[in-house]
Design a binder for this molecule. Structure first.
Ligand code: SF4
Length: 335
C-alpha cells in the first residue's frame, strides 16, 4: 500500500487474462491467467526490479502498468491520476512521461530509418518544437547515452547490440519521461556489454531523476540496479521488499529456489545448500488451487493446496505471500 508517500505509479489488484486458441480448433478457446490480483507501488526515484521465470507475467505486468495493455480488473494510477480506463487517445499526452525500453532494440527500431529520425520521432509527434530545437535535443540525447552525434545519420544495422540499446534508451528518454519500464533490456546482450548498459541506466537515473521498473530474469542484474525487488510466480507477486533483504534472506520458498539456482559462495566461501525446483511451472491456463507454488514447493502442507496466501507484511520493508515463510538463512526442504 502506498501509505502517506506519494506514488509515481500505483497498481491495485490488477488482473489480466488473454484468450488463446479458437473455438474451431482442437482444444477450443482457453483463458491464460496472465496476472491475478497484482498490487504494486512504485515511488519517485526508485528502481523496482521484477524477477521470475519466463511466463510468470513480469512483461505483461510492465505493459499493463504503462497501459500498453488494457486490464480486466483492478486499478492503475500514474502520478495520482487514474489511468485504468483511459483510451489510447486519452493516454497520448501521458505517453511522454511514461516510456518503455524493450529487450530487443533491433526489432523495436525500424531498420529503414536513420537513427536521427528514429530518436526524433517522439519529439516530432508529441512536441511542438522547431527543427533546430529537435536537432539540438538529438545531440544532447546522443551525449547522454554516450554515442557520437555523427551516428545520427546511420541506420540501425550499422550498430552493435549494445549501441542499439543505447539508441533505444535515447528514444525512450527523448521526451523527458518520469517513469521508464525496461523489459529485459540487457538480456540479449553479451555479459560485458550488459554491465555498461546497466551502468548507463543508473547514470541516467541520477542525472535525470528517473524512476524505473526494471524487468530481468538475471538476479545479478537486479541486485546491481534495483532498490526494491518483486518476485513473480505464475501471474502474482510472491515476495517484495528491499533488494538486499529479498535476495540475501528470502522468505518465500520460490525466491529461495530462484536464488539457489545461481550457485554462489556464501560469505564463508561455502556453496549454499540448494533448493531444487521440481518440474516446470504449471500452465497459466489452468493454475493450481490455493498457493500457486504448492505443486513445486518443497515445504508445502495441506493448507497450501486450498488456501490462497495473501501478500502480507513480514518484516519492515518486505511482504510475502506464503503460509509458512522461511526464517532468515533457512533453506526450503533442507530441514
Ligand atoms: S504457501 Fe505453502 S506451498 Fe506456497 S510457498 Fe508457502 S509453504 Fe510453499
Amino acid at each position: 500500500m502506498s501509505g502517506t508517500r506519494p506514488t509515481m505509479l500505483h497498481a491495485a489488484s490488477v488482473t489480466k487474462r488473454f484468450r488463446v486458441g479458437s473455438r474451431f480448433r482442437t482444444g477450443g478457446v482457453q483463458i491464460v491467467h496472465a496476472l491475478t490480483d497484482v498490487s504494486l507501488d512504485v515511488f519517485p526515484g526508485e528502481t523496482v526490479g521484477l524477477v521470475g521465470e519466463s511466463g510468470c507475467g513480469k512483461s505483461t505486468l510492465g505493459r499493463c502498468l504503462l497501459r500498453l495493455y488494457s486490464i480486466d480488473d483492478g486499478r492503475i494510477a500514474f502520478q495520482g491520476k487514474d489511468i485504468t480506463n483511459l483510451s489510447q487517445r486519452e493516454l497520448r499526452p501521458l505517453r511522454a512521461e511514461m516510456q518503455m525500453v524493450f529487450q530487443d532494440p533491433y526489432s523495436s527500431l525500424n531498420p529503414r530509418r536513420r537513427v536521427g529520425d528514429l530518436i526524433a520521432e517522439p519529439l516530432r509527434v508529441h512536441g511542438k518544437r522547431s527543427e533546430a530545437d529537435v536537432q539540438n535535443r538529438l545531440r544532447e540525447l546522443m551525449e547522454l547515452v554516450n554515442l557520437s552525434p555523427d551516428f545520427l545519420q546511420r541506420f540501425p544495422h550499422e550498430f552493435s547490440g549494445g549501441q542499439r540499446q543505447r539508441i533505444g534508451i535515447a528514444r525512450a528518454i527523448a521526451m523527458s519521461p518520469r517513469l521508464v519500464v525496461a523489459d529485459e533490456p540487457v538480456s540479449a546482450l553479451d555479459v560485458s556489454v550488459q554491465a555498461q548498459i546497466v551502468n548507463l541506466f543508473m547514470d541516467l537515473q541520477q542525472k535525470l531523476g528517473l524512476t524505473y521498473v526494471f524487468i530481468a530474469h538475471d538476479l545479478s542484474v537486479v541486485r546491481q540496479i534495483a532498490t526494491r525487488t518483486a518476485v513473480m510466480y505464475l501471474g502474482g507477486i510472491v515476495e517484495i521488499g528491499d533488494t538486499d533483504t529479498v535476495l540475501h534472506s528470502p522468505a518465500h520458498p520460490y525466491t529461495a529456489a530462484l536464488i539457489s539456482a545461481v550457485p554462489e559462495p556464501d560469505p564463508h566461501g561455502n556453496i549454499r545448500a540448494r533448493t531444487i525446483l521440481r518440474g516446470e511451472p504449471p500452465s497459466p491456463t489452468n493454475p493450481p488451487s490455493g498457493c500457486r507454488f504448492h505443486t513445486r514447493c518443497p515445504i508445502a502442507q495441506e493448507r497450501c493446496g486450498v488456501e490462497v496466501p495473501v501478500l502480507r507484511p513480514l518484516d519492515p520493508g518486505r511482504r510475502v505471500a506464503c503460509h509458512f515463510p522461511l526464517q532468515s538463512g533457512e533453506v526450503a526442504g533442507h530441514g
